[in-house]
Ligand binder design. Structure first.
Ligand code: G3I
Length: 392
């Protein structure tokens, strides 16, 4: 039977973190089995390669968002990435790719017109390099999390264009050769599949042509990085993903260096699973693009008391399994990222009151069924399903 217990309490070989056994001995929520500790300072997951990274092999990069900035700023806990050593160890041990949850967004990087603050972004890049992980950059042109000096500044279109160009050249150029993928434009269509010509300041002030320019500037700054369009609610074939399908064909016809289409994957078991996910990704692959799942989490309506039922956890696991199976079935889908790994750091409860439990681990780093579903599906795809490290 598969071990369902301790994750990386001390990936000491790969980080400078000093993590003691106490870090994994936190009590589990009642209603589920708390596995016994193994009495060793080397957690079994690490000793046996019983990780998502190992299960994935070279099938695809299995990633996680690095918690920080955004909603974390108003939470009572200290900054996760700089203060939670167990969490850092898990990132290093379980994943082969990292994404900046907020640390590479405008509000984080740009305190003023004349200044860049790369402190947190650089820390992610350094951690990734130290641990042999690739990085997805998120994001260069978005309607959200733009500092007031941009949104409230009285810039002419020419000035605004120069500001955006300088930003992309500086940020992409700083990490040139070290960034696997960039989300160049994020969420440029609204929920009605209409281009955000009002809500996105860049498109509103500079016209839709700015989309192509963003890709051209990014490509010039880092010819090696794969450049993506990224959005939510485009898992299946629907008016919004159709809009991207049409836009990308136009961009490609114009010779714009767009390399990838990615769907975020913020889904809920409240709704049916987008069973045409693979078919949707495949049609973009057929255009010659890479595809990716960039922000997977599977939330649920929490019962009174806040603890999910076994049925909910099983359904969440099934959704994760289906996402992984779809991703690995599409040639050119080489990256699958979880938007967080612990519920205590997840953005979901703050945005969807009454919903949560969207990640694959409990807050004490033990595994939900969803973790096993991801690991099993990855291992099936990589041919490592029968590996002794993945069995107890
Ligand atoms: O805008 C207010 C600001 O005025 C205020 O000072 C500050 C106080 O803490 O809060 C600010 O808003 C927060 C924002 O981050 C900027 O810091 C929001 O409350 C907070 O919910 C928000 O969270 C981030 C969110 O993006 C912003 O849209 C989350 O941490 C981050 O996980 C989330 O990530 C996005 C991806 O980038 C794109 N896809 C969807 C995904 C989930 O929303």
């Amino acid at each position: 039977m598969r071990r369902r217990q301790i994750l990386a309490a001390g990936a000491l070989a790969t980080t400078t973190a000093a993590v003691g056994p106490a870090a994994v001995a936190a009590p589990a929520p009642s209603g589920r089995t708390t596995p016994p500790g193994n009495g060793s300072t080397t957690p079994p997951g690490l000793a046996t390669k019983d990780t998502l990274a190992f299960a994935a092999g070279d099938v695809l990069a299995i990633g996680c968002a690095v918690a920080g900035g955004g909603h974390h700023l108003s939470q009572p806990y200290p900054a996760p990435f700089t203060h939670d050593e167990t969490y850092r160890a898990v990132l290093a041990a379980e994943f082969t790719s990292l994404s900046a949850e907020n640390q590479m967004k405008w509000d984080h990087l740009r305190p003023s017109r004349d200044a860049f603050d790369f402190t947190d972004a650089d820390a992610i890049m350094e951690f990734a390099a130290q641990n042999g992980l690739v990085v997805r950059g998120h994001t260069l042109m978005w309607h959200n999390q733009i500092p007031a000096w941009v949104t409230e500044g009285e810039h002419s279109p020419e000035e605004l264009r120069a500001i955006l160009k300088e930003h992309i050249e500086t940020v992409v150029g700083r990490y040139a050769g070290r960034m696997q993928q960039w989300d160049v434009v994020n969420e440029i269509f609204d929920d009605a599949a209409v281009l955000r010509t009002e809500g996105n300041i860049w498109i509103r002030e500079l016209g839709p042509e700015i989309i192509a320019d963003c890709f051209r500037w990014a490509h010039a700054a880092d010819p090696q990085a794969l450049l993506f369009v990224n959005d939510y609610n485009v898992e299946g074939i629907n008016p919004k993903s159709d809009a991207y399908y049409a836009l990308i064909q136009d961009l490609l016809a114009d010779g714009v260096p767009v390399h990838g289409f990615s769907t975020q994957g913020h889904i809920s078991i409240r709704y049916g699973f987008p069973s045409d996910l693979a078919e949707n990704l495949q049609r973009f692959a057929d255009l010659g693009l890479q595809t990716a799942i960039t922000e997977l989490d599977v939330r649920m309506d929490l019962p009174e008391g806040g603890r999910p039922t076994e049925e909910q956890l099983a359904k969440q696991a099934e959704y994760h399994r289906l996402v992984v199976e779809a991703a690995v079935s599409v040639e050119g889908c080489r990256s699958l990222t979880l938007w967080g790994v612990l519920d205590k750091y997840s953005w979901v409860p703050g945005t969807f009151p009454g919903e949560g439990a969207a990640t694959v681990l409990w807050d004490d780093f033990t595994r939900k069924p969803a973790y096993d579903a991801v690991q099993d599906a990855l291992a099936e795809a990589s041919g490592r399903a029968g590996h002794p490290a993945l069995r107890s």
